[in-house]
Design a binder for this molecule. Structure first.
Ligand SMILES: Cc1cc2nc3c(=O)[nH]c(=O)nc-3n(C[C@H](O)[C@H](O)[C@H](O)COP(=O)(O)OP(=O)(O)OC[C@H]3O[C@@H](n4cnc5c(N)ncnc54)[C@H](O)[C@@H]3O)c2cc1C
Length: 288
């Protein structure tokens, strides 16, 4: 069992890992891709660089620094975090990790599509958490909006309870290595409709529609809020709520960087990564 699993290999996650590793903790970092920094052409407001540095170069430097200290960085996608007896189980597409603490450093939540009607039906049939809400859809017709591994994870949670589950990709190509045989609609959505109390149907751009009782949003990779929500962490809009030590309301679960909101900058991400790292060190010391 690890002392800490860090989800996200951007500035927040890597900084936290560096502090923890240097204090002797047994840590692993899991990251799917290059996050926000990978989209950054030039950074010239971060300390220590005479000339602008590209986001990719800064990212690579950070990862090399971590690897030099012996930190393992696993390239994988986290689809679920669960609370277990003495910590957390972190499930990825290819593996599973157990740790006494977990740090969410997954960057800003940017993947909620702007579909007409969707906001209006949040809590009235539109859900962001299959494991939390599947029970309410026993023997009902549901759809999952998404096209990747995260959507498949949500589908697999719903299949044993719902009467039917349809994957709706909203124009995206679905991933190929799906294990479950489920109907897939690749059409673009025009609108989500229903009556005052609940969602009833999805209208597609080609004028066709699908009757549903529930729509689960699982677009792209599991966002920080999606992962946090499933284990009862408090969310405010698109941000995870933390205290000044980067602790969430779930003991042992921390969050740092863009996923906690506020100023979305590298300095803030590394600052919060450092704070989370330092507090996790204290947390682990107390449990030993
Ligand atoms: C175009 C652009 C330009 C910018 N320019 C600047 C600038 O000039 N100066 C500045 O200070 N800041 C700039 N920023 C902001 C800066 O990039 C971010 O504030 C910073 O990268 C946040 O760090 P983070 O570690 O919190 O998140 P990120 O850097 O976004 O890293 C998130 C990590 O989480 C991983 N992840 C997410 N979900 C999962 C999952 N389910 N499973 C596994 N891994 C997952 C990602 O793969 C990634 O490794 C810019 C951002 C953008 C988009």
């Amino acid at each position: 069992m690890y002392d800490s699993v860090i989800i996200g290999s951007g500035p927040a996650g890597i900084t936290a890992a560096i502090y923890m590793k240097r204090a002797g903790l047994n840590v692993v970092v899991i990251g799917k891709d290059d996050g926000a920094l990978g989209k950054t052409n030039k950074v010239e407001n971060y300390y220590g660089f005479e000339n602008p540095i590209s986001g990719n170069e800064l990212l690579e430097n950070g990862r090399k620094q971590a690897k030099r200290l012996g930190i393992t960085i696993v390239e994988d996608e986290v689809v679920l975090i669960e609370i277990i007896d003495n910590g957390f189980q972190i499930k990825t597409v290819n593996s599973s990790f157990e740790a006494k603490t977990a740090l969410l450093a997954t960057g800003a939540d940017r993947q909620i599509p702007n579909i007409k009607g969707m906001k209006e039906y949040e809590g009235k049939g539109v859900s962001y958490c299959a494991i939390c809400d599947a029970f309410f859809y026993r023997n009902k017709k549901v759809a999952v909006l998404g096209s990747g591994n995260y959507a498949i994870n949500e589908i697999n949670t719903l299949l044993p309870v719902a009467a039917s589950v349809t994957m709706i990709t909203n124009g995206e190509k679905p991933i190929e290595n799906r294990s479950s045989e489920i109907p897939i609609v690749e059409k673009k959505i025009r609108e989500v409709r229903g009556d005052e109390s609940k969602i009833q149907q999805i209208d597609f751009e080609d004028e066709s529609n699908l009757n549903i009782d529930g729509l689960f949003i699982a677009v792209g990779v599991a966002s920080s809020t999606a992962l946090a929500r499933k284990i009862g962490a408090m969310i405010n809009g698109k941000n995870i709520v933390v205290n000044e030590k980067q602790q969430t309301n779930v003991p042992g679960l921390y969050a740092a960087g863009d996923c906690t909101g506020g100023i979305l900058q590298i300095s803030k991400a590394t600052y919060e990564g450092m704070k989370a790292g330092l507090d996790i060190i204290q947390y682990i010391k107390k449990t030993k």
